[in-house]
Design a protein around this ligand. Structure first.
Ligand SMILES: *Cc1c(COP(=O)(O)O)cnc(C)c1O
Length: 360
């Protein structure tokens, strides 16, 4: 039986703090007044579901997550709709993916309905935090940590599921600008049999040095290739990748156990097909990209994920090799897909795929 949420609203909410945050939300810096928490242990299963005032966690220094990184997370957004209501975008996909990650990290799976209810209850408690500014949204961060007090190396017998939220501004506040990518030739993020398909903090920890290298080279994001052939494209540190050909086809790396299967990736594939574009999910290499960009056979490239939605790519920089320049750095099809998807999410374009879930 699913635990009922005990709703404990904060008595120290200030509209002033919220309004200031909403004026300039940025990303991941201002958190809402509440959080949703559900506890799990191997004896009782999921229990103690609550929405409580946002506060630091009490944790024993020997909690498993602090030592063995037994942690997973999700990222999704709540969007203010033109009629003033609020909608989530395909949240069921996040729930399913969360459990895929849980299985791989030996964490308990959570009933999808409990995952979704925690998200809904938090958004309802913090409804005033869902921005009304165009293309702003409320970012939800569900996550699970192993908090058993034990340094032995095995799956923890105790865990906590938590949802926090922060308002998110426009990813491109000054207008859409193409990203420059840095190709990571030394470091990879995933390998066969590893955790590449799971959304876990450990994957991110492993990508940060490569991201630092990208920054040092003037790029905003890092691109990872396959750990063995070092030529097949996997994805960015936290976004999937698409190439667009001169005959209006989209190419994206296939789901291969190493890439994270993005909800945005899946939605783009569906939207592109609806718009009459062919989409190939297949192995695609840096060599193919380099040659295609030179001949003009590959015109556009973009990255996609919940945070940026669709981010056009201008160049791919490679150490000791010429840079790859896209013929159309803020491409027509890239921008068309971006506007379609954002329009659906924010309720200004009709949701013919049934992707929005209204929660108020
Ligand atoms: C979250 C994530 C993505 C994008 O997934 P969305 O569901 O589209 O937000 C892509 N790659 C990695 C590594 C990720 O963690």
């Amino acid at each position: 039986m699913q635990p009922q949420f005990d709703i404990q609203l904060s008595d120290s909410v200030t509209a002033q703090r919220r309004e200031k945050a909403l004026q300039n939300p940025g990303f991941g810096v201002h958190f809402t007044d509440h959080m949703a928490v559900v506890e799990w242990d191997s004896e009782q299963g999921w229990h103690n579901a609550a929405v409580t005032p946002y506060a630091p966690l009490q944790m024993d220094p020997a909690a498993a997550v602090l030592h063995y990184a037994q942690e997973i997370f999700e990222g999704m957004k709540a969007y203010r709709q033109p009629d003033g209501g609020i909608a989530l975008f395909r949240p069921g996909k996040n729930a399913v993916r969360f459990n895929r990650s849980a299985k791989r990290l030996a964490l308990p799976e959570i009933p999808e309905e409990l995952f979704l209810e925690a998200c809904r209850q938090l958004v309802r408690a913090d409804e005033a935090w869902v921005p009304e500014t165009a293309y702003h949204s409320l970012y939800l961060r569900p996550f699970m940590i192993a908090d058993e007090v034990f340094l032995g190396v095995r799956a923890a017998q105790r865990a906590r599921f938590i949802v926090i939220a922060c308002p998110a501004g426009d990813y491109f506040p000054g207008g859409v600008k193409p990203l420059d990518l840095w190709l990571s030739t030394k470091m990879t993020r995933a390998a066969a049999g590893g955790t590449g398909f799971a959304k876990c903090g450990g994957n991110y920890a492993g990508s940060l040095a490569a991201t630092a290298e990208a920054y040092e080279n003037g790029c905003q994001q890092v691109l990872f290739t396959d750990a063995y052939d070092r030529d097949s494209i996997d994805e960015l540190g936290g976004m999937n990748l698409f190439l667009v050909t001169d005959d209006n086809k989209l190419i994206t790396p296939e789901v291969n156990g190493n890439i994270l299967e993005g909800v945005t990736r899946d939605s783009i594939i569906q939207l592109a097909k609806n718009l009459g574009y062919e989409v190939a999910e297949r192995r695609v290499t840096i060599s193919e990209w380099r040659e295609g960009a030179a001949t003009g056979a590959i015109r556009e490239a973009f990255a996609c994920g919940t945070a940026a939605v669709v981010a056009p790519i201008g160049r791919l920089l490679v150490k000791d090799a010429p840079e790859i320049k896209l013929p159309e750095p803020t491409g027509t099809i890239t921008m068309q897909l971006r506007e379609e998807l954002m329009g659906i999410q924010h309720g200004t374009i009709s949701d013919t795929n049934g992707w929005l879930e209204r929660i108020s």
